[in-house]
Design a protein around this ligand. Structure first.
Ligand SMILES: Nc1ncnc2c1ncn2[C@@H]1O[C@H](COP(=O)(O)OP(=O)(O)OP(=O)(O)O)[C@@H](O)[C@H]1O
Length: 701
């Protein structure tokens, strides 16, 4: 079964090879993120390296391209540094001695509660905003490296436009930034690995556009096999052929410009052990740094922005500085509930080479071990932060204040109790701690999902760090990594369900898209006999175009019971549902006054809905709807059961197990009550329908 991912979607674009054979000279997408941030004028085509190539620098499966990639990187980098960077040499090299003496060049700063300001700098005037590129080179394709020689008189004149024009340009960037989704959830499927191939494990994941389908083989009581299909829709789904470059384009690239707009952004990878989190996360900070430096040295030139890097891990519930010989760190909360990490060293950097070395050093220091599922498993949560700072009021004698921050979190992999039987005591203890923190993360997600006033961020060190990602003017990208193998089916479903839950958190911001996505997800879990298990692209398309989204959206969003109480209006609204395509009509978006799209359907579509066929179809749809909901509730219960298992793993002295159990029990009862309510509604619906039937036949229809 071949997954068809985003590649297929990009018509006309050259087909990307796997990570190890990336097209190093590919420029078609170089300007995409700039475009998305309204900065397309910075698009480069020549003397600097493209912003997001994968240089094969990091190991793993991508190693094949290392040689060429590294060469390309060095060549390109030279050109880049010549223009923008102070001369730089690696941080721990004796050749650097002269630079190390200069605190401005490469200065590890010891951070404490006072100097590590997690609070963003107040909005500052942007006088003297240096936006040469947007003034001089509005067209795509011009490299900003060679901007100066091309300035002609007209352009120079434009450059002298009053300052309020520059302010407008800044405001436009800001506006563009606000259009980036608050939470973006992306799924990445990795290829089958050697171990899985050796065991003849099947690829059970299909991807199409931004939907992913898991084909779960199950047995009936009479032992006949059948396949249960679980469908999910996310903001993006990346299949096994997608390169790390493409992952960057899809995830981090659009949020890079936003951190100059006083925003904290976080990208984290989630998934079972061995699913590809580290492989996915490792290249991202370097790619982002490259883009940040470009912006700093061009669009925001002379603005006094500085870039700082820090890298630490959470291992066994404790924090360690990965750039300072694993020094133990403390986490504190200040009066404004901002989390500060006392003692964390952060490095001021101004060139990509240095950042690369810091990342490599930190990664090498990270705690890894071997688990049953991954020989080089990350046993900690690693957090790499890129902070943009600026001197307040241009006063360089004062410590610079934080402008924005981009955090990369490579979570340790989740494991089931069943996977850990081969592990030694240490590994099991680590696993318990990892599961405990992931459980705390899920608790927070659930609390946010339920709009609970209290979000238990203090449940673990991990959630304390992640607090920034979910509150205030933040942007979050979650990359859910999944294995394609049949042996990982249960894990994969758990990962996708939680990803789905995180996605639902962004509904408020991105209503139309998310409503559609969310409703489509409710189509998941359709049973099909094994014999009919022949998925095709067209079959998927058919599925996507049916009427489910409309119905489920109503079920999910319409809290107004009166919509159901009036059979007459209900009939008018629901007749010929197939004609309404959720994804295209503005009317379909839920209105602020609580009315659903149903109330706003065009009259011309509301007429001929009185035939028996329609009645039966409607009844069938309603039944299907309730069944789908019931299935979803069952799935939720399965998740809770799975969490119970995690809980047992996390059962360490001092953990408040009872609290967890009580909360999980409450969720279970709530879900059970939900099922009951749905059943009652169905019964009520059927009763009203029968009455209506009688009415319709007696009136001569
Ligand atoms: N998309 C991919 N293409 C090729 N190889 C991959 C891909 N994703 C992961 N791999 C390979 O799979 C193995 C496991 O990946 P990785 O270490 O990133 O998993 P992980 O989720 O970080 O695991 P853990 O949680 O145990 O640290 C590595 O050898 C990696 O190179």
């Amino acid at each position: 079964m071949n997954g068809v991912g985003r590649q297929g979607q990009r018509s006309g674009a050259p087909h990307h090879q796997r990570q190890y054979s990336d097209n190093f000279l590919e420029t078609s997408s170089n300007g995409r993120w700039l475009q998305s941030a309204g900065l397309q004028h910075l698009h480069s085509n020549s003397s600097i390296p493209p912003p997001s190539q994968d240089y094969g620098y990091y190991g793993g499966g991508g190693g094949g391209g290392g040689g060429q990639g590294s060469r390309m990187y060095r060549n390109g980098q030279r050109g880049y540094n010549e223009y923008y960077m102070e001369p730089s040499t690696p941080p721990y090299d004796s050749r650097r001695k002269d630079r190390e003496d200069s605190p401005n060049e490469f200065s590890p700063g010891l951070l404490d509660l006072h100097s590590f300001d997690t609070e963003l700098i107040p909005d500052m005037p942007v006088s003297g905003m240096h936006d040469v590129a947007s003034q001089y080179y509005p067209s795509r394709g011009r490299s900003f490296d060679d901007s100066e020689p091309y300035i002609n008189n007209k352009q120079a004149e434009r450059a002298r436009l009053p300052e309020n024009n520059l302010l407008k340009s800044f405001a436009a960037d800001k506006e563009k930034a606000s259009s980036v989704a608050k939470i973006k959830v992306v799924v990445r499927k990795r290829p089958l690995n050697k171990k899985e191939l050796a065991k003849n494990e099947e690829d059970i994941i299909d991807t199409l556009s931004n939907s992913v389908t898991v084909h779960e083989t199950k047995l009936k009581v009479d032992l006949t096999a059948y396949v249960e299909k679980h469908e999910f829709v996310f903001d993006a789904v990346l299949n096994e052929e997608v390169s790390n470059d493409e992952v960057y384009h899809e995830t981090v690239e659009p949020i890079v410009p936003i951190i100059f707009q006083r925003t904290k952004a976080t990208c984290f990878a989630y998934g079972q052990t061995g699913s590809g989190k580290t492989y996915t996360m490792k290249p991202l900070p370097l790619k982002a740094s490259r883009d940040i430096l470009r912006l700093m040295h061009h669009t925001y030139r002379s603005q006094g922005f500085q870039l700082f890097v820090s890298f630490f891990e959470i291992y066994g519930g404790k924090l360690f500085d990965l750039l300072n010989e694993r020094k133990k760190l403390c986490m504190r909360e200040d009066g404004k509930q901002q989390v500060c990490i006392v003692g964390l060293q952060e490095y001021r950097v101004s060139d990509v080479e240095t950042i690369k070395e810091l990342i490599e050093k930190g990664s090498a220091t990270r705690s890894t071990g071997t688990t049953g599922a991954n020989e080089e498993s990350s046993r900690s949560h690693a957090i790499l932060q890129l902070a943009i700072k600026r001197a307040v009021d241009g006063n360089v004698s004062k410590p610079p204040r934080l402008v924005g921050k981009l955090s990369f979190i490579d979570l340790a992999g989740s494991e089931r109790g069943a996977d850990t039987t081969d592990n030694d005591k240490q590994t099991r203890m680590e696993g318990a701690e990892i599961n405990k923190s992931l459980l705390a993360l899920k608790e927070c997600i659930r609390a946010l999902d339920n709009d609970q006033g209290h979000i238990p961020f203090r449940g673990s060190k991990l959630t304390e760090v992640l607090r920034d990602s979910f509150v205030g003017d933040s942007r979050t990208v979650m990359i859910s990594c999944i294995s394609p193998s049949s042996g990982s089916c249960e894990h994969t479903l758990n990962t996708l369900r939680y990803a789905d839950r995180v996605k639902s958190l962004s509904k408020g911001n991105n209503s139309k898209k998310d409503i559609l996505a969310s409703t489509l997800n409710l189509k998941e879990s359709t049973n099909v006999p094994l014999s009919s298990f022949l998925p095709t692209a067209s079959a998927f398309e058919d599925d996507m175009n049916d009427t489910w989204p409309v119905q489920v959206e109503k079920e999910e969003y319409d809290q107004s019971e009166e919509v159901y109480d009036d059979p007459k209006t209900s009939w008018k609204r629901t007749g010929k549902l197939q004609q309404y395509n959720v994804s295209t009509s503005e009317d379909n978006v839920r209105k602020p006054n609580g009315q659903s799209k149903w109330m706003g359907m065009p009259k011309s579509h509301s007429r001929n809905s009185n035939s028996d066929d329609d009645l039966n179809a409607l009844l069938q749809e309603e039944e299907d709807l309730v069944n789908a909901h019931r299935k979803q509730v069952e799935d939720t219960m399965n998740i809770v059961k799975e969490e119970m298992n995690l809980l047992v793993e996390a059962d360490q002295p001092g953990n408040q197990l009872d609290d967890y159990v009580t909360r999980l029990n409450a969720i279970l009862s709530q879900k059970a009550a939900g099922i009951l309510q749905l059943q009652n509604r169905l019964a009520n619906f059927q009763k009203r329908l029968k009455e209506h039937n009688v009415l319709v036949s007696s009136s001569g229809y």
